[in-house]
Design a protein around this ligand. Structure first.
Ligand code: PLP
Length: 461
């Protein structure tokens, strides 16, 4: 793919259909965030000016995706749309069995119901929140093995999403290979800052696991962004196409789970890919019980059409360059103003480092949540905490156990916002940073045991 010759990176798309964005006042937003229990998940989108809550399912679809939606073959079984989807997925994964699901966590629930359970452990570079919860819900333990550098937000490195292979091997020896039904590798590593995993690390993880007979599965929501970083940063891959790199990434794994709401460039969808016929058969059985037939898995068949096109468009290197540069553009503006962020910027989001942003708030008083609320009040921008709210735990005595990082994620939806939206976002975050001393600690006043961040209610202490 020929990249544009100028230094200026432009959006390689033009606007065909528009949606007005709401504009509110500071006074209104103070009231709205209070009414939302200081949790941005409770805000109505009609009150959000720039929505950086997630890059999941928030993609703007292309004209050809909308066109193909009209071609959806809504047959219950054997739909043409399923075969187009399956063909597209096999085109980069090469896995024998492709099982569609309505989104990523449905794939997680099915897989971990099959292979998880009490006494089992599932290691990963870093599990995402829903992955961790589905592992734990099955009764198994979810273990993270990021590298030391991977949890240092201020240190720049090319592949901070990597697995700590030595720590993984020590864990396998301690736990026993018979208790580890598979190992996950999240590409890119979302909870670790959207950081990529190198091809070498994928290969090395696979050869270690092979020694112990443990299968490797990729959590591959952002596989194309990961492959693009490999092209930019790993020796020997400069001249390969992103698709060739992706194919190699998948070749080291025995299967994958995907939330296709990310690099499927669509608003919904997911799948399990595997070479294991037994897992595939069991997964299909569970799929039929709770999701739908094997050729739609809870999706409208038109969604499978959109995904089949999305899986072609995502390999456009002009698109990937713009994608990664847009995230970097926001990161650079914040760095220039002295705002502490996780560096380097990753593939889909800028992560504010809440520990350095609001050092006067201890992790148990949720510095990231406080920053999140203030960003909404200041600019009507919705972001999300990825720290003690999302991953915090309590010990036996009820004492807070903080995760390694306290982050605030500003996730950028694909193909949605323009440069002026990003400039506006930077301006608002910088304003919050300038008056950071006024940020106050928070407490949870209501929560549920699993995935509490989605519905917890907060107040200031
Ligand atoms: C790495 C990772 N895995 C799994 C998921 C879950 O996917 P879904 O939201 O489609 O259920 C996400 C969603 O953000 C994710 O980022």
């Amino acid at each position: 793919m020929l990249l544009l010759p100028m230094k200026t990176v432009i959006e390689p798309i033009k606007i065909k259909s528009i949606e007005p964005i709401p504009i509110t006042t500071v006074g209104q937003r103070k009231k709205l965030i209070k009414e939302a229990f200081y949790n941005t998940f409770y805000l109505k989108s009609e009150n959000v000016t720039i929505d950086l809550l997630t890059d999941s399912g928030t993609t703007a679809m292309s004209a050809s995706q909308w066109g193909r939606i009209m071609e959806g073959d809504e047959a219950y079984a054997g739909s043409k749309s399923y075969y187009k989807f399956e063909n597209a997925v096999k085109g980069f994964t090469n896995y024998k069995f492709i099982i569609p699901t309505h989104q990523g966590r449905a794939a997680e629930r099915i897989l971990f119901t099959i292979i998880g359970g009490k006494g089992k452990a599932i290691p990963s570079n870093t599990h995402f929140d829903t992955t961790r919860s589905n592992v734990e819900y099955s009764g198994a333990k979810a273990m993270d093995f990021p590298t030391k550098i991977g949890i240092m937000p201020e240190v720049v490195d090319d592949f901070k999403g990597n697995m700590d292979i030595e720590a993984l091997e020590a864990f396998i020896k301690k736990t026993g290979k018979e208790n580890i039904p598979l190992c996950m590798l999240t590409v890119t590593n979302n909870s670790g800052g959207g950081q990529p995993v190198s091809m070498k690390n994928i290969r090395d993880t696979k050869s270690l696991l092979k020694k112990y007979g443990i299968p490797l599965y990729l959590d591959c929501c952002r596989f194309a962004e990961n492959a693009y970083f490999i092209k930019l940063r790993e020796k020997g891959y400069e001249k390969k196409s992103v698709k060739e790199i992706a194919v190699e990434m998948f070749s080291y794994a025995d299967g994958c789970l995907m939330s296709a709401k990310k690099d499927g460039l669509s608003n919904t969808g997911g799948f399990i890919g595997t070479n294991d016929e037994k897992i595939s058969n069991k997964a299909k059985e569970l799929l039929i019980i709770t999701e739908g037939f094997t050729t739609y898995g809870g999706l409208a068949r038109r969604d499978l059409e959109a995904l089949a096109v999305g899986f072609e468009e995502v390999f456009d290197e002009n698109y990937l360059r713009y994608r990664v540069e847009q995230v970097k553009y926001l990161g650079d503006k914040l760095i220039e103003a002295g705002v502490p962020i996780l560096v380097p910027t990753g593939g889909h989001a800028v992560y504010l480092d809440a520990k350095r942003f609001a050092p006067h708030i201890l992790p148990e008083y949720f510095p990231g949540q406080s920053i999140t609320c203030e960003i909404y009040v200041t600019g009507g921008i919705r972001v999300v905490e990825i720290g003690s709210v999302m991953f915090g735990r309590k010990d036996k005595n009820g004492k807070h156990i903080a995760p390694p990082m306290e982050l605030v994620r500003c996730a950028i939806p694909r193909r949605v916002y323009t440069e002026s939206h990003i400039n506006y976002t930077a301006e608002a975050i910088i304003e919050v940073f300038k008056s950071r001393n006024k940020l106050r600690g928070m407490k949870i006043v209501w929560e549920v045991p699993f995935l509490r961040h989605f519905t917890a209610k907060f107040d200031y202490i």
